[in-house]
Design a protein around this ligand. Structure first.
Ligand SMILES: [Zn+2]
Length: 297
């Protein structure tokens, strides 16, 4: 999934969230805020992980031709935009372990359908790169067992993502938005594995990329979204004063991306406004999502 399709993917669903709670008028503001608040209590039915499903499927590795079983996403709903990972502006499926595929033989590791989109001219270079990477060997399982529990799921997500980081560099990914998202996702998984120092380091990379994007005049209409990311990552790196400053600046802005329809811009702007308001209220009380469980729903 490339950066632009990912953005559209969740913006459309954000529109669906607002519609689900009663249309695009002023009513959703209150209703959606109530739903956002109920996340922290863990009692929100909509956040039940049973609503997202994965299905096993066989893939042939484009590099070593080995057959692997990976999971493809089967179903999800717009409730994923109310999961606590919204406080880091990352969403299912990227918050879920099956998302990063990894070949059991050559260790080629990338997100989802990128596995099947490796350009032929990059294969020789990737083959050499992968010789320099290491991952714990995957368990040998029969095809039936692999369909029930694909062996790649036993590798820590952060280890697979660390190989994916090198693969995407070799593929020539230079897009700051891609890498900003990548490091937020990596930090989230480090957190889930209890690797706090590594999570901090990944979030500092996200902060540096966000600051770079904010300095670029071409991103003028996206400042609200970028300042939200900056505030969130500052909060998650224990800089609450800096976070509050970013959220208060973001709160005065309106999101506008020229590639989106007015309705999509409006919906996403409202979604961000809810999150910013929530963050400001939490931070003023000395609270915030950093201290609450981020994984598992
Ligand atoms: Zn392979």
């Amino acid at each position: 999934m490339n950066t632009s399709s990912r953005r559209i993917f969740w913006l459309i669903a954000v529109g669906a969230v607002l519609l689900m709670f009663g249309g695009a008028g002023s009513a959703p503001t209150t209703t959606a805020t109530t739903t956002l608040s109920s996340d922290s209590s863990g009692s929100c039915d909509l956040a039940d992980p049973a609503f997202t499903t994965w299905v096993p499927k066989e893939f042939e590795c484009p590099i070593c031709k080995t057959k692997n079983i990976f999971m493809v996403w089967g179903s999800y709903g717009s409730y994923i935009y109310q999961y606590p990972s919204k406080y880091q502006l990352i969403f299912w499926p990227f918050t879920d372990g099956p998302t990063c595929y990894s070949c059991k033989k050559c260790r080629l590791s990338v997100f989802l359908d990128d596995f099947e989109k490796i350009p032929a001219e990059k294969i020789a270079e990737l083959r050499e790169l992968l010789k320099t990477t290491s991952l714990p060997p995957q368990k040998e399982r029969s095809e039936k067992e692999s369909m029930e529990h694909p062996p790649y799921l036993d590798s820590p997500v952060s280890a697979r993502l660390s190989v994916a980081e090198k693969v995407y560099r070799t593929l020539g990914k230079t897009d700051d938005e891609f890498w900003n998202h990548f490091y937020r996702v990596l930090a989230y998984h480090y957190d889930g594995e209890g690797k706090r120092a590594e999570a901090l380091e990944a979030r500092r990379k996200s902060i540096a990329l966000t600051e770079k994007s904010l300095a670029d005049k071409q991103n003028e209409g996206r400042r609200k979204d970028l300042l939200y990311i900056l505030g969130a990552m500052r909060h998650f790196t224990n800089d609450d004063q800096g976070a509050l400053k970013a959220f208060e600046e973001a709160n005065k802005l309106e999101f506008s991306d020229k590639d989106l329809k007015p309705e999509q811009n409006k919906n996403y702007n409202e979604y961000l406004s809810h999150l910013i308001k929530e963050y400001i209220e939490m931070l003023k009380k000395g609270e915030g999502p950093r201290t609450k469980p981020q994984i598992g729903n």
